[in-house]
Design a protein around this ligand. Sequence first.
Ligand code: CO
Length: 174
Amino acid sequence: MIEVEKCCITRYPAPVLAQKAKPVEEFDDSLRALADKMKDIMVENKGVGLAGPQAGVGLRIFVASPDGTKENAKVYINPVITPSGTLVTNEEGCLSLPGIWGNVHRYSECSIKAQGLDGKEFTEEGQGLLVRIFQHECDHLDGTLIADKLSTVAKIAARRKLKQLREDYENQNK
Ligand code: CO
């Protein structure tokens, strides 16, 4: 059972963000409730994607909505991505790293194989922004944040902000 009422946005350096998330095995009501809650957290924080660990749940699930609306948010469970094409550099942010923006390299194309809330497997070709979202969210499921992917210069620029986030986290968890 997933304790959905306890789910909220998780920020760096919460340990769950650095861990490899576990496969979803039970496609039950609590999973459906989690997906719904994740969509709400994403919309409230004006994001276009949110992974399980960002809601405090170490499971391989993410939601994505290129226009940031709940209606268009789609759920991807136990996703496996196959990136292809060329590497494209673009600025990215992350709801778990508020205030940090930086250039991240991502592949220009990406197909995804995942399960829906009914457990049925589907395959999709990413289009536009989704290509980047798929790669960003799958990184989350493996414990990787954009802060790990920034250039050396951008990492130095983000240093103070990261320190602030660590202090905020410490104060909230005293
Ligand atoms: Co993120």
